[in-house]
Ligand binder design. Structure first.
Ligand code: MOS
Length: 732
């Protein structure tokens, strides 16, 4: 019987966060600090012909100005010779790849002095015409090269009695974490320390070791608290290397913080996608063919493929499938992963198309999903380790009252408001990747646990404390878990929603080993009742080593340690996905039901009710888990109705790089949201039976909303976000 797992637990770092005690990257106090301010380009494509820093250098307090002309490079001619992660290195050359590209770093005694001087840096350019519009360049990648095919989709499509074909577009969207990217860097001899805002301290350490050609153990990166990231810090951004380079040049600590505007060109974004979906079915609703052609805008520096097609081709039973996904080079910064990358975009297209097909077939949209339900993964034919999606559909429909929905569009009203009910399916992987953690059980009755993982907001501090307490048989207040330091055992980035499955499994493994060490210690006593005990028959509970079945003969573990003069028992454990996983398909699933109310006079849409049911294995901490799913729904509402990065294609420049003009949902946009879990008992995915949920919660929401808008109005808006002007242009 679990003592902590599955019970609500408040965030262990909650008080520190709300009282300001939690320190974020830019908040560390370092003596003798200087401040760097980034200067960015005013063109999108071309070459810097001159960069004049004379006036800026004379401004009060300026210590140094770095440009591509004086940027230190080792003899290799590379910018540090390091890996080109994130695709872009600042101040590498005179070439301009995108608008608002960094062209100088002004370092001064104070932030204000650096900011003032930054405005005095003058650059001239040889400008070329940029091409930043995906839609204008779709033909850059003609043909079907690289297509993934199952069966014979073209022939099956041709032969099918019912078919639909539609194009869907999603604009560029930006992560807008509250905490901007920031780093403080300083050198002590050839040892580098960086306070960074990142999803992976081990990754940034390795990146910087590569850039400066120094051993990884000479670099320490810390990131104890992160004010949201959502994928924006999954790869090393350009600023840690830039900041560390500046610190080496000025021989003092340097701090660099992005402005909100720089957050729009400094780390990537969800790419602009164009997707064409073709669905064919029999009159019974059974899918016969699925074709998915997806293109996304990328950069000229590095290709980024938005993986829109992997989930859609596997979510329903369909013998014939074709998927194409291609990047289109544009003069924009490189895109990157943003919460539920690819999945939320691809499932928007598929789940809207499924709704269109349901109307073509005159079959209830939920019924159509159930008709095409699959217990095996279509591509591999493997059974799922667990997949309670059917239960999600049923529970969600019941809670929402789906049976009372009238099928016809424009058939439901609330006074003069049009009412629409829509639904969709959500999916995300149930990944596990190698991760290490160290558990130290101390004779004073506490456990100290470390791993170089991150907590970008989901509640990692809390869940790791809970997992340790459960498996070490200690109260949660006796456990201290620390993360975000590259000196801790190596962990992957916090991404892909795989942290609890990966790092949690490492803690679980270490706890098993420590229990074995305690059994060995107990067995030094000739009268030990554990002489023939199997590890799996024992457990640690309330400070005692005992038998799971409650048989007599427990031993107080701290007495045991004291008697044997052991002050600490440690285990460093690296968890890896089990070979058994290979025999199964794995995934996390969900079903969303949405109500919208639309004012036909002005085209405003309110998402008045959302029921989201999710099946993602075992729920460790319901409190933070619901919080994750609610957050996903809120973001899904933003994606459906608000978010768009607007680019002026004449200049290739983002027009709304701020939170005034880049719209995200506010409290007034959010109404009733209920999240539910259907728990799965799945020991194949990992020993804890957990699947990722952080990204899953938003997948399906934009489609469910678009489908509800169609149900309310009879208008199919296939271009996100669904703003009032689009609805009015379609004259509701
Ligand atoms: Mo997530 S986009 O893997 O940080």
């Amino acid at each position: 019987m679990a003592k902590y797992i599955g019970k609500e637990m408040s965030r262990v770092d909650g008080v520190a966060k709300v009282t300001g005690k939690a320190k974020y990257a830019a908040e560390f106090k370092v003596p003798n600090l200087t401040y760097g301010v980034i200067v960015t380009s005013t063109i999108a494509k071309g070459t810097i012909t001159s960069i004049d820093t004379t006036e800026a250098s004379r401004a009060p307090g300026v210590v140094h100005i770095l440009t591509h002309e004086n940027y230190p490079r080792p003899s290799s001619g590379q910018n540090g010779g390091g890996p080109r992660r994130g695709g872009f290195r600042a101040l590498d050359s005179a070439q301009i790849f995108f608008n608002m590209q960094p062209i100088a770093l002004v370092v001064a005694e104070t932030f204000e002095q650096a900011r003032f001087a930054a405005r005095l840096v003058k650059a001239t350019y040889k400008e070329e015409k940029p091409m930043t519009d995906l839609i204008g360049a779709l033909d850059q990648v003609p043909g079907q090269q690289g297509a993934r095919t199952r069966g014979n989709p073209a022939a099956a499509f041709e032969a099918a009695p019912v078919k639909i074909e539609a194009e869907y577009t999603i604009p560029i969207e930006h992560h807008n974490p509250m905490e901007p990217h920031a780093a403080i860097a300083f050198w002590e001899g050839d040892k580098l320390t960086v306070f960074d805002k990142t999803q992976g301290v081990s990754m940034v350490r390795d990146h910087l070791a590569g850039v400066f050609q120094i051993p990884a153990e000479n670099v320490r990166v810390t990131s104890p608290f992160v004010g949201g990231a959502f994928g924006s810090s999954l790869a090393p951004n350009y600023y840690p290397a830039l900041t560390a380079t500046a610190a080496r040049v000025v021989k003092r600590p340097v701090k660099v913080v992005y402005t909100r505007t720089q957050m729009f060109t400094g780390h990537g974004y969800r790419s602009h996608t164009w997707q064409k979906v073709s669905l064919a079915a029999g009159r019974d609703g059974k899918l016969m063919a699925f074709m998915h052609d997806s293109r996304n805008n990328s950069s000229t520096i590095q290709d980024w493929v938005e993986n829109t097609t992997s989930h859609p081709r596997n979510i329903y039973a369909c013998p014939n499938a074709l998927s194409i996904q291609r990047p289109v080079k544009t003069d924009m910064p490189p895109p990157c992963a943003m919460r539920a990358p690819g999945a939320v975009s691809g499932m928007f297209a598929l789940e809207c198309a499924m709704d269109e097909l349901a109307y073509e077939l005159k079959i209830d949209p939920l019924e159509l999903r159930l008709i095409n339900f699959t217990d095996t993964e279509p591509d591999s034919g493997k059974p799922y380790s667990s997949k309670a999606l059917r239960e999600c559909y049923h529970l969600g429909a019941e809670k929402f009252g789906w049976k009372d929905r009238s099928f016809e569009p424009r058939s439901m009203r609330d006074g003069r408001l049009l009412v629409g009910w829509g639904m969709a399916t959500g999916v995300w992987g149930a990944m596990q990747v190698p991760a290490s953690a160290k558990v130290a059980l101390k004779v004073d009755g506490t456990a100290y646990v470390t791993s170089a993982t991150a907590d970008i907001g989901p509640g990692t501090y809390t869940v790791m404390t809970l997992i340790t307490a459960e498996h070490m048989g200690l109260d949660t207040d006796k456990v201290k878990f620390e993360l975000g330091d590259s000196n801790f055992p190596t962990a992957p980035v916090q991404g892909g929603s795989f942290t609890t499955a990966s790092v949690g499994s490492a803690i679980y493994g270490a706890a098993q080993n420590i229990r074995q060490k305690l059994i060995d210690l107990a067995n030094k006593d000739t009268n030990s009742v554990f002489k023939t005990a199997k590890l799996e028959d024992t457990e640690l509970l309330e400070g005692k080593l005992c038998f799971k079945d409650g048989s007599t003969g427990s031993v107080d573990i701290f007495d045991l340690m004291r008697r044997n003069n052991v002050t600490v028992l440690e285990d460093l454990y690296t968890s890896r996905p089990s070979p058994e996983r290979q025999n199964y398909a794995t995934g996390a699933h969900g079903a969303q039901f949405v109500e919208v109310k639309i004012d036909p006079a002005v085209g405003t849409i309110k998402v008045t009710r959302v029921i989201e049911v999710t099946a993602c294995g075992k729920i460790m901490n319901p409190k933070t888990s619901h919080s994750q799913e609610i957050g996903g729904v809120v973001w899904g509402i933003g994606m459906a109705l608000h978010e768009a990065t607007e680019v002026d294609h004449r200049h290739g420049r983002i027009m709304n790089p701020n939170l005034q003009h880049y719209h995200v949902p506010v409290n007034a946009d959010i109404h009733e949201i209920e999240t539910l879990f259907v728990e799965e008992d799945d020991k194949i995915v990992n020993p804890l039976g957990v699947k990722g949920m952080g990204e899953l919660g938003m997948v399906g929401i934009p489609a469910a909303i678009a489908n509800a808008v169609f149900h309310a109005t009879g208008k199919r808006i296939r271009d996100l976000p669904i703003t009032p002007d689009k609805l009015l242009a379609e004259s509701i």
